[in-house]
Design a protein around this ligand. Structure first.
Ligand SMILES: [Zn+2]
Length: 151
């Protein structure tokens, strides 16, 4: 049984976009920046993403994950089987896709060029590896690698 997600209306609002800010994107004063800027759908909060990975909680609603889990990312990430955004409930992934639809510029940790060049995809899997970047990697952020894709 999938645990019930927390009510998404309780999420903070992105003041620029007017949309809910997923759990993995941070809280007031820690929207990926330590400068006190408000939380935003545009960035990922690395601490929150790691918390989602280690505690197996949803990157949108923040409650415990069941199976399958969903990842939302770009076609580029899908091709690499390496996602930057945290694992999600399938229903929360659907909500997130609805928020991302039609937006441009940097979003959920993707830069503007990748958002412009690629469509959003959702993949579901029963499991994933959380892969920390090695010191040689250009992109030092950890990734999630789904290991048993379902359709
Ligand atoms: Zn959720």
């Amino acid at each position: 049984m999938d645990p019930a997600p927390r009510d998404l209306v309780d999420l903070p609002r992105d003041p620029e976009l007017g949309l809910p800010v997923p759990f993995m994107c941070g809280t007031e004063g820690f929207g990926g920046a330590r400068d006190g800027s408000p939380p935003t759908l545009r960035r990922l909060d690395g601490r929150r993403v790691t918390q989602c990975a280690l505690s197996r909680v949803c990157g949108v609603c923040g409650s415990t994950l069941g199976r399958p889990v969903a990842f939302v990312g770009t076609e580029i990430e899908q091709a690499r089987n390496a996602f930057h955004a945290a694992p999600l409930h399938v229903a929360c992934a659907d909500s997130l896709r609805g928020w991302l639809d039609g937006l441009d510029g940097p979003l959920i940790g993707q830069d503007a060029a990748d958002v412009a060049a690629s469509a959003w995809v959702t993949v579901t899997t029963s499991g994933f590896e959380f892969v920390r970047a090695s010191s040689e990697d250009l992109d030092r952020r950890p990734t999630f690698q789904p290991n048993s894709l379902s359709t």
